[in-house]
Ligand binder design. Structure first.
Ligand code: UGA
Ligand code: MN
Length: 312
């Protein structure tokens, strides 16, 4: 009798252990819904493959559908490092739930390289293009004005036909910066306009909004501290509501100097007092204004010498 009980116990033991392990995996996943990889995506990868049993477990506590969509507007232009930059960016964005990438080429037409890239990017993507007029393609003039405006126009047009607007957050993601995943968790709760520090910018290790009692009261910066909003393009996010309720807010060419684009834009939609500080009251750097070194092509042959043609 005793040995029968013991053998039953031994038989049950592994099953009990499996249940405990599965429950453990499940609860350790729960606190990170915003970073959970998306299910359907849009790219070719991930759909048919075998996924671990835990991924098919009951719905997460905070369903993805309840999260505001993050719209990232990225101006981009053709150059030797373009595909490398976009690859790095897509690898980041693919980790972020409910992110919609608005990629705007500085070109008269969509390029084959970017079109192919978008098709295989594995995340929801809108591919636009608008060329910068030649007279504005000069050193010392602001970059990507027309491209960011094209992204804004697309966003406004899309939501014109979809009342009431779904919760959403917009930010401007240049293709060469470096973004931590934590940044997206921070910006997702933007109510109107949120701000945070940016690393490696303005001739300093970082720039940041100075916060007192939860309010922005000034700017720590080494460059043109007189700017109304002394912040880089990578340092703020705007709620979709604010974008839609200020339909005329755009980036301006006339009278705009480099480094003033952010201020000129933010002036149209908010005030310094209204800003929402993120990243632990603006004391953490979660995005870096990295710039890619110009690539050395000194040994590139003038005419095509290789036996194959390769996209780089
Ligand atoms: C700084 C700011 O961080 C940018 O947000 C700002 O647009 C820029 O200055 C400016 O001078 O207007 P910086 O690193 O100097 O950035 O500029 P880039 O990274 O070279 O360009 C910003 C974005 O515009 C990138 O996404 C880039 O791909 C795009 N771009 C640049 C174009 O679409 N066309 C161009 O001719 C140049
Ligand atoms: Mn840059």
């Amino acid at each position: 009798m005793k040995s029968l009980l013991f053998s039953r116990f031994l038989l049950l033991l592994p099953w009990v252990l499996i249940v405990i392990i599965v429950l453990d995996i499940d609860s350790s996943r729960a606190p990170l819904p915003a970073l959970a990889p998306r299910g359907g995506g849009g790219g070719g990868s991930g759909s048919g493959g075998a996924r671990p049993a835990a991924a098919r477990a009951p719905a997460p506590r905070r369903p993805e559908a309840a999260l505001p969509t993050i719209y990232a507007i990225t101006p981009t232009y053709s150059r030797p490092v373009q595909k490398a930059e976009l690859t790095r960016l897509a690898n980041t964005f693919r980790q972020v739930a409910r992110l919609h990438w608005i990629l705007v080429e500085d070109a008269a037409a969509r390029s084959d390289l970017v079109s192919r890239f978008v098709a295989g990017a594995g995340l929801p993507c809108t591919h636009l293009h608008v060329p910068t007029p030649r007279r504005y393609k000069r050193p010392g003039l602001p970059r990507a004005t027309e491209q960011r405006n094209a992204g804004l126009a697309w966003l406004r047009q899309r939501h014109q036909h979809l009342p009431p607007p779904q919760p959403g957050v917009l930010f401007f993601a240049d293709d060469d910066n470096t973004y931590s995943l934590e940044l997206f968790q921070e910006m997702r709760t933007t109510r109107k306009v949120s701000v945070w520090p940016v690393g490696l910018v303005g001739g300093r290790r970082y720039e940041r909004p100075v916060v007192e009692n939860g309010k922005v009261v000034g700017w720590y910066t080494g460059w043109r501290a007189d700017r109304p909003f002394a912040i880089d393009m990578a340092g703020f996010a705007v709620s979709l509501q604010v974008i839609l309720s200020h339909p005329k807010a755009v980036f301006k060419r006339r009278g705009s100097q480099p480094g003033m684009q952010e201020s000129d834009f933010l002036k149209q939609i908010t005030t310094v007092e209204e800003l929402e500080p993120k990243a632990n009251n603006c004391t953490k750097v979660l995005v870096w204004h990295t710039r890619t070194e110009k690539v050395n092509l000194a040994n590139e042959p003038k005419y095509h010498l290789d036996t194959v043609s390769i996209e780089v």
